[in-house]
Ligand binder design. Structure first.
Ligand SMILES: [Zn+2]
Length: 209
């Protein structure tokens, strides 16, 4: 025969509160872990984009006698050098799949469309690699130590050593998309996640570091 207590719900209020408390603790432990896993996934997807961009760049250079596509964010009037043509020049070499120019953490990216003026690249270009004129493969004397494309939100894509868009700004928040760091593609095609403080000025010149 059941006693008065046994006739009630199998869980008492105290037991229920204990279970809820344990679940809350478990959630507080697991949430940062799952957030970090998700962030890592985005970082890996972004580095895959940059790797494809590097492949496109080298395919372009092979076809253009080892010459890099030039870039001119001052928009000097030379249509071959316009600030957005670096991406247009490379597009045939990444099969016009512009999605590879979108970092998964970049919320301001817009799909390129006829007449659209939005920024359709999540990656900045190191001006030392071809500002206002094309550099040749032989100009890159330190391929693994020369940054080319990297996480950035510059509207004209170019990142240079001047007062407006200095590469030293990499330390600013706009570039730190991934776990307080950014992905950087170097001229030899390898991609690394770097903390801004670990990048040096020499990595933004073509000279041997
Ligand atoms: Zn990214």
């Amino acid at each position: 025969m059941l006693g008065p207590r046994q006739s009630l719900s199998p869980f008492s209020l105290v037991e229920l509160l204990v279970v809820i408390g344990i679940m809350a603790i478990l959630m507080s432990i697991l949430l940062p872990v799952t957030t970090k896993i998700r962030e890592n996934g985005r970082r890996v997807a972004c580095s895959a984009n940059l790797r494809q961009l590097g492949t496109a760049m080298h395919l372009y250079m092979q076809e253009y006698d080892q010459s890099m596509c030039p870039h001119d964010d001052a928009d000097s009037g030379n249509p071959e050098w316009r600030w957005d043509t670096i991406y247009l020049n490379l597009a045939p070499y990444y099969s016009d799949n512009h999605d590879i120019l979108k970092c998964p953490k970049d919320r301001s990216w817009t799909r390129p469309a006829s007449g659209a003026t939005g920024r359709w690249w999540s990656y900045g270009f190191n001006h030392a690699c071809g500002y206002g004129g094309a550099m040749m493969t032989t100009d890159f004397v330190d391929p693994p130590g020369t940054a080319v494309f990297f996480d950035s939100d510059e509207s004209d894509g170019g990142v240079e050593d001047d007062g407006n868009r200095p590469y030293q700004n990499i330390a600013s928040k706009a570039y730190r998309r991934h776990l307080q760091g950014l992905n950087v593609m170097f001229f030899d095609g390898h991609v690394q996640w770097r903390r801004p403080s670990s990048l040096t000025n020499a990595q933004f010149t073509l000279a041997q570091d």
